[in-house]
Design a protein around this ligand. Structure first.
Ligand code: GTR
Length: 409
């Protein structure tokens, strides 16, 4: 008894002191997060080398890249950031819930498709909105948007039109245009994100490297791809996956995992998207994990204020898309998403494209505002303005797809 009363305050004080030191050194609360927007204050950093395997070998051919380094990197991204990607399900079915062959004054054929996936006695529905141009007779190259904003953006009646998904422009350019909403896969909410794809894979929730919301959205993009493979009006070899911001983090992860996507576009995706984490510019891992703890896996929390310990950085995610074309874009006022860090991430993926003899035409330094570089397997632009997805962006996405699909107008 005597011993306890003497020991307790000492023990208690030591514990308090340790807690304070711990909070000061590594875990500042979210409200104290001050983003750095000063290039001078970017710390020195060394990126992990995309061509150096974990056992210290240098990759010199696309064969070694594909056989050993690529799978190794995919696993690192699964384990440390985005979580596992379930590879199988029991069954899938597709039904057309609404159709209009003379939509957009006859220019487009609207199909609303319900994709239903079954696994472990549970099922999930994805509602796809799809417009196919009527003026072309061959299977249509197709853009698919991961919609993370209002469902009004993809209004099938076209009473509401939005720059976020300017369907008429795509149809006039000869592309089919599709979209699904992230809420069908995982509500974008800390309390409810598990009420979607994770119902089909409940074991993921208890795994530290398990799938979470962004993984669920990416998994959904692949189920839409499953549908595209069955629709003869769609050219399954020319599918362009597009995502904005959190949707852009998702388009990268989906395209890295699923090589059926022919082109990947990531708009203003920033932290844990296309921007390098080690620059610590704008949003940081600690901030994203605090505000959106349900986007990435549990292991990712280890890298809060600890970017240099990550075994990967985002240039490696870009590299996982090679040799397929990738286009990352930013907005000049959106420093939170680090336009320069995004450009550098693309630059550092160039060695992997070079293994395929694909030469990037990116300049040595970031191009000026509204100076897109699209005739390149790795493309970039920094649009003037705010964090958004606009007609300017889409017009350049079309130029990029035209260039790579060799479509001449
Ligand atoms: C922000 C988040 C970003 C980005 C953005 C968005 O709040 O910090 O990483 O994803 O939301 O999705 O618009």
């Amino acid at each position: 008894m005597q011993k306890f009363t003497v020991l307790f305050p000492t023990y208690y004080l030591a514990l308090r002191l340790l807690t304070v030191i711990f909070l000061i050194t590594c875990k500042l609360p979210a409200q104290d997060f001050q983003p750095n927007y000063d290039e001078e204050k970017v710390p020195e950093y060394t990126l992990p080398d995309v061509l150096n395997t974990l056992d210290g070998k240098t990759v010199r051919s696309k064969k070694t890249w594909e056989r050993s380094r690529r799978p190794e990197l995919l696993k690192l991204f699964e384990d440390h950031i985005y979580g596992q990607m379930p590879k199988s399900y029991d069954s899938i079915s597709y039904s057309i819930t609404n159709e209009n062959k003379t939509s957009m004054e006859g220019k487009a054929h609207l199909k609303e498709v319900q994709i239903q996936i079954f696994n472990q006695r549970k099922s999930l529905k994805i509602n796809l909105v799809l417009f196919i141009p009527t003026h072309i007779t061959k299977p249509a190259p197709t853009f698919l948007l991961i919609n993370n904003r209002s469902k009004d953006n993809t209004d099938p009646t076209r009473n509401i039109k939005s720059e976020f998904w300017p369907a008429e422009i795509l149809i006039d350019s000869g592309y089919a245009i599709a979209a699904f909403h992230v809420d069908d896969l995982a509500p974008d909410n800390k309390e409810f994100f598990m009420n979607g794809a994770l119902q089909l894979y409940p074991e993921q929730l208890s795994a530290d490297n398990g799938m979470r919301a962004i993984g669920s959205w990416a998994w959904g993009a692949s189920r839409v791809m499953d549908y595209f493979e069955t629709d003869p009006a769609i050219d399954k070899n020319r599918i362009v996956l597009v995502g904005h911001s959190r949707g852009g983090k998702t388009s990268l992860w989906a395209a890295a995992q699923d090589q059926r996507f022919s082109i990947c576009i990531t708009n203003c995706s920033g932290n844990t998207g296309a921007a390098l984490a080690r620059r610590q510019f704008g949003e940081r891992i600690s901030a994203i994990n605090t505000v959106f703890p349900y986007w990435f896996n549990t292991n990712y929390k280890k890298y809060n204020n600890n970017e240099n310990q990550l075994p990967v950085d985002q240039h490696m995610l870009i590299s996982l898309i090679a040799p397929r074309p990738v286009y990352a874009t930013n907005a000049s006022e959106d420093l939170w998403a680090d336009p320069t860090g995004t450009f550098l991430s693309l630059k550092h993926a160039e060695p992997v494209y070079a293994l395929y003899n694909l030469k990037s035409t990116l300049s040595a330094n970031p191009p000026g505002i509204n100076k897109p570089i699209v005739e390149s397997p790795i493309a970039y632009h920094n649009r003037e303005g705010k964090h958004n997805l606009t007609v300017y962006d889409w017009n350049n996405f079309i130029r990029f797809a035209d260039y790579h699909f060799k479509i001449n107008r």
